[in-house]
Design a protein around this ligand. Structure first.
Ligand code: HEM
Length: 474
């Protein structure tokens, strides 16, 4: 319970609170973050939404408020009373082990905190506005247009390399490597110059293990710090080379990195540490999320063969289908904020500094927002996906993600209309509570189970990798 606000009592028989904050564990009747939750969090979310829409949980970062209803998640993401500056206690005090010696924990993780806290996802206005403007200017709609054929080619090459007549792992064949390659292309990382080594993906995974752990261990924190600093050193070299080239009169390559360097020169990005933090965050955010959309999305479609067949018949449904996959099983299950000033929510006082976990995955299945929320229905029009967040920090890579996912699913549908999960289906979840995804997805060509009502496939042309809507807007 938050300091000084322990609930006066819980009813012994039901665990229902008599007074004070509702404890998530009491509402659920068991601890929240167990294996069942990591496999399928949606039953837990349902209980929270119904019985404890504002719950206190000591399983997240030593203590945090959980909000699970759509309206509350939107409020937390949009309202300036919730600050994005949340790395403080989270990075400095990640685990019981570190908490036993707080000062030691602080100095051990200083490097991490110094760099990480500068990424725009952890900034509030006016710093956030300043950096976001520079980043938005660097992400140009024309870049996405230019990137589209290269994404198509990259997908085609990876799919062509697969023997689909036998079971193969879709994660290692495509879902894991492709998003890192694409974000590298967008940023302007030059493979020939060694700008995009395989280590970047491995470092990014170390970071995800830490960021996605509600109660990270000291070992996780330290490996994440090692990975983050390695990534920063790598980008430092890339940026130094680019600066030197520009200073030597080379023409700007007109890519994201050069534009961010320009923003640094013009003072919109303040100093090399701030620039490094944005580069690291871009690579991480662009890779750890999209990979899960691709693999979770394919698995979901193959589990819903009626929807898969519907897409075969009508490829124009693809953009809506990707949005529905994002709603149905969001790759980012939650995000956090800190209360900026004391406030009331659901009749409960939230104190300045309290951590709030906005459960995006739960909000996406809120029946108050979506009819038949647990059902996958690729024809629904759910509005802008909450999976990309909302408000000032709404995902800057949403348009890229939608374009990339459409390119992948379109080509998979085209190439392998009879793709199926390799039986028996036993998903290999990463066990990461935040980044919900698979380590492996075994699929192969074969007869689809006959639980669908379909006619002949492919009536409408495939929407190819076109940037959806207006450039970088979700
Ligand atoms: C399935 C794919 C993706 C999902 C589900 C996703 C989800 C999200 C969410 C929920 C947020 C808001 C976090 C918050 O408010 O705390 C966010 C922000 C962000 N995302 Fe994504 N994202 C995806 C892909 C990408 C890609 C491809 C990029 C890079 C090109 C990217 C870069 C960012 C950045 C930089 C932010 C921070 C924006 C800010 O603070 O203003 N994301 N994303």
């Amino acid at each position: 319970m938050p300091n000084g606000r322990r609930a006066t009592a819980f009813q012994a028989s039901t665990g229902a609170p008599i007074d004070g904050p509702v404890d998530a564990r009491a509402a659920l009747g068991h601890s929240m973050l167990d294996d069942d939750f990591l496999r399928d969090p949606y039953p837990t979310y349902r209980v929270l939404r119904d019985a404890a829409p504002l719950a206190w949980s000591d399983e997240f970062f030593g203590g945090a408020w959980l909000v699970s209803r759509h309206a509350d998640v939107e409020l937390v993401l949009r309202d300036a009373r919730f600050s994005a500056q949340r790395t403080g206690g989270w990075v400095m005090r990640p685990s019981d082990e570190v908490r036993t010696d707080h000062r030691e924990g602080r100095s051990e993780l200083k490097g991490f905190q110094r760099l990480f806290a500068r990424a725009m996802i952890f900034l509030d206005a006016p710093d956030h506005t300043r950096v976001r403007q520079a980043m938005s200017a660097a992400f140009r709609p024309a870049d996405l247009q230019r990137l589209a054929p290269r994404i198509e080619q990259a997908v085609a090459r990876r799919l062509a390399a697969v023997d689909s007549a036998v079971p193969f792992d879709f994660v290692s064949a495509l879902a894991r490597p492709l998003p890192a390659q694409v974000i590298g292309l967008l940023m302007g990382l030059d493979e020939a110059e060694g700008d995009a080594p395989a280590d970047l993906v491995a470092w990014s995974d170390e970071l995800a293990d830490f960021i996605g752990a509600p109660a990270p261990s000291r070992a996780q924190a330290l490996s994440a710090q090692t990975a983050l600093l390695a990534m920063a050193r790598h980008f430092d070299v890339v940026l130094a080379r680019r600066r030197a080239a520009l200073a030597g009169g080379a023409e700007s390559r007109d890519d994201v990195i050069d534009r961010l360097l320009q923003a640094e020169r013009e003072g919109q990005i303040r100093g090399s540490a701030e620039l490094l933090a944005q580069c690291v965050m871009l690579l991480f955010a662009g890779h750890e999320t999209t990979r899960h959309l691709l693999a979770n999305g394919l698995r979901t479609l193959l589990l819903h063969t009626d929807q898969w067949r519907l897409l075969q018949r009508n490829r124009a449904l693809l953009p809506g289908a990707v949005r529905e996959l994002l709603r149905h099983d969001s790759p980012v299950q939650y995000t956090g904020r800190r209360v900026a000033s004391d406030m009331l929510l659901h009749g409960q006082v939230l104190r300045r500094g309290d951590l709030v976990v906005a459960l995006i995955g739960a909000a996406n299945r809120d029946p108050a927002r979506h009819e038949r929320p647990d059902e996958l229905d690729i024809t629904r029009r759910p509005g802008p996906p909450l999976a990309f967040g909302q408000g000032p920090h709404v995902c800057i890579g949403a348009a890229l993600t939608l374009m990339e996912a459409q390119a992948v699913f379109a080509q998979v549908l085209e190439r392998w209309p009879d793709l199926a999960l390799s039986a028996p289906e036993s998903p290999h979840w990463t066990g990461n509570a935040l980044y919900r995804g698979l380590t492996k997805l075994s699929v192969q060509r074969g007869e689809l189970p006959a639980n669908d009502q379909t006619a002949a496939p492919t009536l409408t042309p495939t929407p190819s990798a076109r940037p959806p809507d207006a450039a970088c807007k979700p």
